[in-house]
Write a protein that binds this ligand. Structure first.
Ligand SMILES: *Cc1c(COP(=O)(O)O)cnc(C)c1O
Length: 518
């Protein structure tokens, strides 16, 4: 075994020497270097005692393999490997995670406790429904609160992420148009600031995507929308609050124009965290909207758990919702699985079983522990925190839309960096050296060098001040021409500036014995 004696350095070149320290093992301090699990363990070793292999002649006609090259490690070695890897990952449980649009929320432990209850955690998706009444009741109640909070009459629980929810919503819209003899509607209108999943989903469903222009103050351009709405348009996809962190003031007008043109209004609800308990999308004329349980309703994501993207639907689209859904039968709760009863027009299914049950439990626990007033306060605090950051940074950085307050995220452009030689990327990477995870960079695309900061409502003023102080100090360094601090940053992370383009374009997804990974 060669634990800690192989592998890549955990320190940037030169850092160890300058501290007068020479690591023999690749670890430093108590932070251990970590090779791949294949480099740690060999196939000749096993974490369990297996009986000796019998010497009988194999039936495999010479196809027997001498090795399957699985990494063999003892249980403690395996445990340490994964705990070390977890220490190299940024997490909401470690520090502020200001990724705009992604809504990285604290995951309350109460939710985790509920999700681990055996009746939920150990339930098989094919268990007889008579033995799963509690789980069905939870799904039914979750559906009830999602419908109540959005003011929409139906919800499809099964989509497994926001993007999957978009697909579900557009498939409902497609089915509704087909049922009404409107299959010739082939275009979906999407604002220029939209999240990439919106046009991607529309294209995936087979629609043509047309962009709607944005006004100088970051909203949908109504005149451009009106000009592009026509008999070929199936739907619009609008995010509210939009990805510039701004409320679409003309949302009612947008929905009226859309419906008058015979199209449906798909709302990207990923930003529901900013308005939950304050605004019901159903009152705004929305026909379909996905809700990221892993954003608004605090279920873990970003490496911590699977997503869940239930889609609420208007009365017009409800008949086309995918199966299954929970119905109250004479013998208790049951699942409507087949195109029968209310589901004769269901467009199909979004997943093999009932959706992300563990996330349903967490989201429901979150709703019930907050209550209606608590959820409203979530939205209010999210908006307050973002505006605090906007106010504290606007004199040193340039807000993309300086006029008026923002919603749950503060958006800056890079005009304030002009002439400093420092880019948005340099600035974001230098934040890592200060102990802060960067904000979302270069999105939305309509803002040059965008820096989108979403501070989560659970962050305290003290933490927000620490964050703002660090950014103000970095901004001052950039203005003072301290280019070294930014060039090649991060300087203190285990790995320095990575070639992310190359990593995305030519990912190395396989491992070969002895092959260099550099
Ligand atoms: C996160 C997000 C999505 C996609 O959600 P996933 O769960 O990541 O698929 C779509 N739109 C917006 C605005 C988002 O922030």
């Amino acid at each position: 075994m060669t634990m800690q004696t192989v592998g890549r350095p955990t320190r940037p070149e030169g850092a160890a020497e300058s501290a007068g320290f020479q690591s023999l093992t690749g670890g430093r301090g108590l932070l251990q270097d970590e090779p791949l699990i294949f480099e740690l363990g060999g196939w000749t070793k096993s974490g369990v005692d297996l009986p000796p292999v019998s010497e009988d002649a194999s039936d495999l006609d010479g196809l027997t393999r001498a090795s399957v090259d699985l990494p063999g490690l003892s249980e403690p070695e395996t445990m340490r490997h994964y705990v070390r890897l977890s220490q190299k990952n940024h997490a909401i449980d470690l520090a502020l995670y200001p990724l705009g649009s992604c809504t990285m929320k604290h995951n309350p432990r109460l939710n985790e406790k509920a999700a681990r209850m055996a009746g939920f955690a150990d339930l098989h998706p094919l268990a007889p429904l008579a033995t799963a009444q509690g789980a069905l009741e939870l799904m039914d109640r979750l559906a009830h609160w999602l419908k109540t909070l959005t003011g929409m009459p139906a919800v499809a629980l099964t989509p497994k992420a926001g993007a999957h929810g978009e697909l579900c919503g557009l498939l409902c819209i497609k089915a509704a148009h087909e049922a009404a003899g409107q299959a010739h509607r082939r275009t979906v209108l999407v604002p220029t600031s939209a999240h990439g999943t919106n046009p991607a989903t529309a294209a995936f469903v087979g629609y043509n995507v047309t962009e709607i222009a944005q006004t100088p103050d970051g909203r949908v351009d109504l005149a451009d929308l009106a000009a592009k709405l026509g008999p070929d348009v199936a739907a619009i996809m609008v995010t509210n609050p939009n990805t510039c962190g701004l409320f679409e003031r003309d949302i009612i007008e947008i929905s009226k124009l859309t419906h008058a043109a015979g199209a449906y209004f798909y709302c990207d609800g990923a930003n529901f965290n900013a308005i939950v308990g304050r605004v019901r999308p159903g009152d705004l004329g929305v026909d379909a909207m996905h809700i990221n349980l892993h954003k608004t309703f605090s279920t873990p994501h970003g490496g911590g758990g699977p997503g869940a993207g239930p889609v609420v639907l208007s009365a017009a689209l409800a008949p086309f919702a995918p199966a299954p859904w929970v119905v109250h039968g004479p013998d208790g709760l049951t699942l409507l699985e087949e195109p029968a009863q209310d589901a004769t027009q269901a467009f199909g299914r979004m997943s093999a079983f009932q959706g992300q049950m563990g996330m349903f439990v967490r989201a429901y626990a979150y709703m019930r522990s907050h209550g209606a007033d608590g959820l409203r306060q979530v939205a209010e605090d999210a908006v307050l925190n973002a505006n605090y950051i906007k106010a504290r940074l606007s004199d040193v950085m340039s807000p993309a839309f300086p006029d008026g307050p923002c919603m749950h995220e503060a958006l800056f452009d890079d005009s304030w960096l002009e002439g400093t030689g420092v880019t948005t990327l340099d600035f974001a990477k230098a934040m890592i050296d200060e102990g802060f995870h960067p904000m979302t960079m270069y999105f939305p695309l309509v803002v040059h060098g965008a820096m989108l900061i979403e501070p989560t409502e659970t962050e305290s003023k003290r933490e927000l001040d620490r964050f703002c102080d660090a950014l103000r100090a970095l901004a001052a360094a950039a203005q003072a021409g301290d280019g070294e601090r930014f060039k090649d940053a991060p300087h203190l992370a285990p790995l320095r500036r990575l070639d992310e383009t190359l990593a995305a374009r030519k990912p190395k997804l396989s491992w070969k014995q002895g092959a260099a990974l550099a």
